[in-house]
Design a protein around this ligand. Structure first.
Ligand SMILES: [Zn+2]
Length: 246
């Protein structure tokens, strides 16, 4: 587990959509603290996806976190600059999208070092978080490298499954259900999404972008739900693997 006691520093998901919620432990009414969730987007930027997501987030007036992919940042630095200019958090994902268990420690270190340099050159605030590809890692190795660079590993607690080819309506229902399950728990609502035009199932890239954008719009229209960028690490979503099973 990453050090740092994330549960103490997180704004907990306490109440949403204006409904009265009770804690399971005491059945007392949850205090009316703001309820936060974080939207996180992996794998961008992409010419046919990022601008639409930024527009949707801007329309909702919320800030999100982008875990960016170095090879894509090199192609579209202007999109990263746009995300930064709009106040979003930009954090490293990877330079090469490869599972850490298949990489030597030196390769992982070179990968994150190159990402940090790239983001620094773009004028991004010094990153604090790092989400490895697919959340796969050999924990001791990646954790040690993260610590060396002053980074916390950041997974997710809600997988939107936007890579699976389901509609925004279905995804929205599932994400809301997951958010409800986290109410009153110490686990923050951190939603994994992709800023990356995948081709899930029989969908076109264009359709995937459309559904992800609709999902963002649906989440932002959820009155009573506040959103904030991710500010510290989270062990959820990260999965220990050895090289043989990856
Ligand atoms: Zn990824």
């Amino acid at each position: 587990m990453p050090s740092g006691g994330h549960s103490n520093s997180w704004p907990r998901l306490a109440r949403r959509r204006g409904s009265e919620r009770r804690t399971s432990a005491s059945s007392s009414t949850v205090s009316p603290v703001p309820s936060f969730a974080s939207l996180t987007f992996d794998d961008g930027p992409y010419a046919d996806g990022t601008a639409g997501i930024l527009e949707e987030l801007g329309r909702g007036g919320i800030l999100a976190t982008f875990f960016v992919w170095g090879e894509q940042v090199e192609k579209h630095p202007e999109l990263v600059r746009a995300a930064l200019a709009n106040g979003h958090s930009v954090q490293p994902h990877c330079w090469i999208h490869k599972p850490h268990p298949l990489m030597k420690p030196d390769e992982i270190n070179a990968d994150i070092s190159a990402m940090l340099k790239l983001l620094e050159d773009l004028g991004a605030p010094a990153p604090r978080l790092w989400r490895p590809p697919w959340g796969l890692l050999q924990r001791a190795t990646t954790q040690a490298i993260a610590r060396e660079h002053g980074l916390e590993l950041a997974g997710w607690s809600i997988d939107s499954s936007d890579y699976a080819g389901t509609t925004a309506t279905t995804m929205l229902g599932e994400v809301r259900l997951s958010m409800d399950r986290l109410v009153g728990s110490d686990v923050p609502a951190v939603v994994l999404m992709h800023d990356c035009p995948l081709e899930p199932g029989q969908w076109s890239r264009r359709q995937h972008v459309k559904e992800t954008t609709r999902l963002v719009r649906g989440l932002l229209s959820d009155s009573g739900q506040s959103f904030a960028p991710l500010t510290c690490g989270l062990p959820n979503g990260l999965e220990e693997r050895d090289a043989q099973s990856t």
